[in-house]
Design a protein around this ligand. Structure first.
Ligand code: GLU
Length: 321
């Protein structure tokens, strides 16, 4: 644990720069998400040395949505192994919307685990292994990632399941293509449950710091997944994590990251910090506007870009704490 005053000042400044931005809209296509309060904004930074710096609404709960995809990909890799996992998903950016009803036409698998098709395929592998216990396996895993008790938001779950027509279409497409092996309804339900797990920005930052720390939660010391799995996850986050803004994000921020339609965003500085942000108003790609801008500013202020020439980011804890 160290002196976090400089880092705290930078994070506060970035928060203040973005709190007045009220552009964008909350997600509309899931009825329960369309009702959320658009105002909360929180930024949390968790270091691999167990310091946590927070500003704003970091305790406000929201559903994890697509951010779960990164970790479920990791869970599948650890439990089932890369060989089988990569028979069921690719690692190429799709260039299409996250819910596009398509498979890679050459390989006949979903493009990557960050789009809905790929995420459904990963949840299906977990269901094939654990059946009705899968929900508990997933919940335990997420609890270990952040070291807190978590629960599923039942209203969001039901609301999304009732309107999950595209995800059902995708799951049936993959069932026909031999990627999903039956039990389509159960698997769509499992995926929807994993998306409905409630977290806050602080817990998200700790989950991200577990990635920065190669799969070991720095706060509990528990190994949640292996270091090679962490490398797989971060690589796919880097190329595919920010919907169809992933390329420009790599230019502007240069960090592995994943966002979700409820307004959460997680970014990782390898070996250093995890960042968790929440603000529900989204841009046209589905990314939180304030959270995205805050990351651009944090990367600029702290030199976090992976290809930053000053190389501050890769040893930032020595610079700032
Ligand atoms: N549960 C959402 C869906 O399947 C997740 C989408 C997202 O956050 O990108 O549409």
């Amino acid at each position: 644990m160290g002196d976090t005053r400089i880092l705290s000042e930078v994070i506060k400044k970035v928060y203040e720069k973005n709190i007045t931005n009220k552009t964008g809209n909350v997600a509309q296509y899931i009825p329960e998400l369309a009702k959320v309060d658009p105002e909360p904004f929180g930024i949390a930074v968790a270091t691999v040395n167990k310091d946590i710096i927070t500003v704003g609404d970091v305790e406000k709960k929201f559903t994890i949505q697509s951010i779960s995809k990164t970790f479920i990909f990791g869970l599948a890799l650890d439990l089932i192994g890369p060989e089988k996992v990569f028979q069921h998903v690719g690692a190429e950016p799709s260039g299409e919307a996250f819910n596009a009803i398509e498979l890679d036409p050459v390989k006949n698998v979903p493009y990557n685990p960050m789009v809905n098709a790929g995420a459904l395929s990963m949840s299906s592998l977990i269901y094939d292994k654990y059946g009705n216990s899968s929900e508990q396996v997933i919940l335990d895993f997420f609890e270990n990632l952040c070291g807190e008790k978590l629960s599923i938001n039942q209203q969001v779950y039901e609301s999304e399941l009732n309107t999950a027509h595209r995800n059902r279409a995708l799951a049936h497409l993959m069932n026909g293509a031999g990627i999903i092996n039956g039990k389509v309804d159960e698997k769509v339900a499992l995926y929807t449950k994993q998306c409905s797990i409630e977290i806050n920005a602080k817990e998200l930052a700790i989950m991200a710091s577990t990635l920065a720390n190669f799969g070991t939660n720095p706060y509990t010391g528990k190994s949640v997944f292996g270091p090679i799995t962490a490398r797989y996850i971060l690589s796919v986050m880097f190329t595919c994590g920010m919907y169809d803004y992933a390329g420009r994000w790599a230019v502007d921020v240069g960090l592995p990251a994943k966002s979700g339609v409820s307004g959460g965003l997680m970014a990782v500085v390898n070996r250093q910090i995890g960042i968790g942000l929440y603000s529900p108003r989204l841009d046209n790609s589905g990314n939180s506007i304030r959270a995205t801008k805050a990351c651009v500013h944090l990367a600029e202020e702290l030199g976090l870009h992976a290809f930053e020439f000053t190389n501050k980011g890769s040893s930032m804890l020595d610079f700032y704490i």
